[in-house]
Write a protein that binds this ligand. Structure first.
Ligand code: PDD
Length: 278
């Protein structure tokens, strides 16, 4: 065989291997992986790869209970099914399969995916051309990427502290939340971070700004600091699923509640717009 895949106990050619759509690897990239060279069906630097793999699992708090011994036995069985003397094996463990919710799903069991195929060793004689790019990993929050590990970890942290959302900031400047935007009301002005690469340009955010303008509420798209957030008249968490949630507490400190009439007016306008548009 030229390649083989494995998923939770089932072997199949890679092209035919099926994984469920609700594997969190599919829609969150919520997993870790390793890739190893295999020569003459033997692994190179296996210990180092396993050690990094365990460290990655620990960081993401994925409770993968299979022992190294059992894992290596499956990896070995996988490479032994491929004839090539020179292989590259890839394996990943995701947090499990569950309906999509950002925080860790209860009771999900990690999924193990493996595939290997013949890949010749790199030609290390010929010189190569390179390019240079600024390292912006992951500085593209405006892209709705499925790689949401920081959001997953933040949502879980919020949940563990009995909170609804986690507000992100960069050097004290508020960007957005783990899966929503954050809007502030101060002195009658609706303010939120501008749509650059630091936030997702939320559809709901856009609708709130549009409705505010229609209602004659001034809008200011300049980022505000955490300090300003603590001092906000109102804060609102917006997203497709949450619409516009009011806020009462930030990091355990009571906040908001100082301009309820305007807050409720905007929420009402949004609900009306919502029902009027569907
Ligand atoms: N989250 N910011 C982030 C990081 C988001 O993931 C989302 C949406 C938003 C709000 O965007 P919109 O108003 O277009 O829903 C802002 C969706 C709801 C999710 O991940 O399920």
């Amino acid at each position: 065989m030229e390649n083989i895949g494995y998923y939770n106990g089932v072997f199949a050619p890679v092209e035919e291997l099926m994984i469920p759509a609700c594997d969190r690897g599919v829609y969150f990239g919520d997993g870790v992986y390793e890739a190893l060279r295999v020569e003459r069906h033997r692994f190179f630097a296996l210990e180092e790869h396993l050690s990094r793999f365990r460290a990655s699992l620990a960081f993401l708090r994925i409770p993968f209970e299979m022992t190294d011994e059992a894992l290596v036995a499956i990896l070995q069985e996988t490479v032994d099914r491929v004839e090539s003397e020179s292989q590259q094996i890839y394996f990943q463990v995701t947090r499990g399969s569950a309906m999509r919710t950002h925080a860790f799903p209860e009771g999900a069991q990690p999924n193990l995916l493996i595939f290997t195929r013949g890949v010749p060793l790199a030609d290390i004689v010929e010189r190569r051309r390179l390019i240079v790019l600024p390292d912006t990993r992951w500085g593209h929050c405006n892209i709705k990427s499925i790689n949401l590990i920081p959001s997953v970890l933040a949502a879980q942290a919020a949940k563990e502290r009995g909170c609804t959302e986690a507000v992100f900031h960069r050097d004290g400047v508020v960007t957005e939340c783990s899966s929503s935007n954050l809007l502030m009301l101060k002195d009658g002005v609706l303010r939120t971070a501008p749509t650059d690469e630091r936030i997702l340009p939320g559809v709901t955010r856009g609708h709130f700004l549009m409705l505010a303008r229609e209602l004659g509420v001034p809008v200011d798209e300049t980022a505000f600091t955490l300090e300003e957030a603590y001092d906000a008249d109102e804060l609102m968490v917006t997203s497709t699923s949450l619409h516009g949630l009011p806020v009462c507490e930030l990091e355990g400190k009571p906040v908001c509640g100082r301009d309820e009439p305007l807050l409720r007016k905007l929420q009402k306008a949004y609900r009306e717009y919502f029902y009027g548009s569907i």
